[in-house]
Design a protein around this ligand. Structure first.
Ligand SMILES: Nc1nc2c(ncn2[C@@H]2O[C@H](COP(=O)(O)OP(=O)(O)O)[C@@H](O)[C@H]2O)c(=O)[nH]1
Ligand SMILES: [Mg+2]
Length: 360
């Protein structure tokens, strides 16, 4: 999974990137390079499996974060998202616009003042403008084609794009729309930005941490919609904490009354938002966790590990990980009848420990 950090200039994008990835970055605008980092998804179940099997390696599923440049310029000369920024965002599974709430006179806000609702609108508008460009030029092309000859596929596509346009006319992003599975499939190729799940990070001031959650309830309620979440943290403090040893950071969090680290919070929220679950495997001295969309069938899940496993899929031996941890070994689970044999269409559940059997 890949998450793209975006937003206005000086909103704290790079600070949040550092907070999430725990790395000091050397991002510099003049070099046009992007900060990219992979982060291990923490999972206590994987840790316990590692203690139980004592294999050579423990390999966590990972999430990739990209620090994408933001919207530049002030109101009159606002440049919006450049083409390179747009193409970077297209490659992401979800977008994370950082919205500035911290006050600092020495760091000018491009719009001149702190106003989260306005900034959220700016981000949304820019995402919509990018989608509208693609949409309108495709509609024009299709209207010409459909006028000339009868092609059911093109007619269908045109109708769908006009439906999308109606949403934009109401200033609604596509992520709020209802689409059938066939429509979703058709739309996938366009990589529309407003169709991507969105997580707004409200980057609050270190002075307003206590009570921030209640303070922000109105913003949260206004913007927390379908396929969209709002989370709150203080980038600056989280960046500092991410550089510390875990125990020290936990102590500080207690002092600030922060319940969980930025990365844990974000992973929890994004798994929920994107409908992701985890399963576990133990193969050749490696215990691993894997991330898949909920509803994934056993055969496709095998394919995430290796295409050969999917092609030659025979069956899946499944144990709920908590049962395995309780019993202490696969063979005990087999004796007790907890280990189940499942076929290719079995829907993998969160926390399944799976051994795939396949023909090589
Ligand atoms: N006081 C304060 N400053 C912050 C916070 N987040 C970011 N900054 C500062 O704002 C400036 C711009 O942040 P940066 O992450 O580079 O913004 P970007 O342009 O969106 O990548 C830096 O000097 C940061 O230290 C915050 O939560 N509180
Ligand atoms: Mg930056």
């Amino acid at each position: 999974m890949k998450i793209g950090i975006t937003g206005l200039e000086a909103s704290g994008k790079t600070t949040i990137f550092n907070a999430l990835t725990g790395e000091k970055s050397n991002y510099s605008r003049s070099y046009k390079e992007l900060n990219i980092a992979s982060v291990k998804v923490p999972d206590w179940r994987l840790d316990r499996l590692y203690e139980m099997f004592k294999p050579k390696r423990k390999i966590n599923a990972t999430i990739e974060f990209v620090d994408i440049r933001g919207i530049e310029g002030i109101e009159e000369s606002r440049k919006g998202f450049g083409t390179d920024i747009i193409s970077n965002m297209k490659n992401c599974d979800a977008l994370l616009p950082v919205i500035r709430l911290f006050e600092d006179d020495t760091i000018p806000h491009p719009e001149g003042s702190i106003d989260p609702v306005r900034d959220i609108d700016i981000v949304n508008t820019e995402l919509m403008i990018s989608d509208m460009d693609i949409l309108e030029s495709r509609i024009k092309k299709l209207e010409k084609l459909v006028g000339r000859k009868k092609d059911e596929g093109e007619k269908e596509e045109l109708d769908l794009l006009l439906k999308c346009k109606a949403y934009f006319d109401e200033e609604k992003p596509l992520r709020e729309a209802e689409f059938s599975p066939e429509e979703e499939k058709l739309l996938r190729g366009f990589q529309f930005l407003t169709l991507k799940p969105l997580i707004y990070v409200l980057n609050i001031d270190e002075r307003s941490i206590s009570g921030a959650d209640t303070l922000l309830i109105p913003i949260k309620e206004k913007f927390k919609k379908k396929n969209c979440e709002v989370i709150v943290f203080c980038g600056k403090i989280e960046e500092e904490l991410s550089q510390m040893e875990d125990n020290d950071a936990d102590e500080f969090r207690k002092e600030y009354n922060i319940e969980e680290s930025a990365i844990k919070k974000l992973i929890r929220v994004s798994y929920d938002l994107l409908g992701l679950i985890s399963f576990f495997t133990m193969v050749e001295k490696e215990v691993k966790s894997w991330t898949i969309p909920s509803g994934t069938r056993a055969k496709s899940a095998a394919g995430i590990i290796h295409t050969d496993m999917e092609k030659g899929f025979i069956k899946a031996e499944v144990i709920p990980v908590e049962e395995l941890l309780k019993s202490g070994s696969i063979s005990k689970c087999r004796e007790k009848g907890i280990l189940r044999l499942e076929g290719k269409d079995y829907i993998v559940q969160d926390g399944d420990f799976i051994t795939f059997k396949f023909a090589r």
